[in-house]
Design a protein. Structure first.
Length: 138
């Protein structure tokens, strides 16, 4: 999956719980209307439904629901942009110009990739993580 799609899906779901949601939703639906006009109405409905689910999940402290919503929007964006690099570029602009600037710094996700390589020999052990890593020893 393209890193732009992954980042956009995460940022979009984070945006659902912000005070700037209406502005972000308008930008997302407007973008969708330009690239797939027939789907824009359903996307707007789905965004509002998912926002309600996210807010309820956050009240319950249900992190699994947030992750599921992020995955669903990543998949939806991936399917939309599949095979059309211009849509990925447009999605990057939407993300950089209309979504991320309205998120708090701790909710922003950067677009990029991480390449890690490790080699272990003998009884060596390698632990690698792209972010936080917790190792419990017993």
């Amino acid at each position: 999956m393209d890193p732009v799609v992954t980042t956009a899906g995460t940022a979009l779901v984070n945006a659902m719980a912000t005070d700037a949601w209406r502005q972000i939703r308008t930008a997302v639906v407007g973008w969708w209307r330009r690239v797939r006009p027939a789907q824009a109405g359903q996307v707007e409905t789905d965004l509002e439904t998912d926002r309600a689910e996210l807010l309820a999940a956050r009240e319950r402290r249900d992190e699994d629901m947030q992750q599921a919503l992020e995955g669903a929007w990543r998949l939806r964006l991936d399917r939309l942009a599949a095979g059309d690099s211009s849509l990925t570029g447009d999605l990057r602009l939407l993300l950089e110009n209309h979504i991320q600037p309205l998120l708090r710094a701790d909710e922003q996700t950067q677009i990029g990739s991480l390449h890690m390589r490790a080699e272990a020999r003998g009884n060596a052990r390698v632990n690698m993580a792209g972010r936080d890593q917790y190792i419990a020893t017993s």
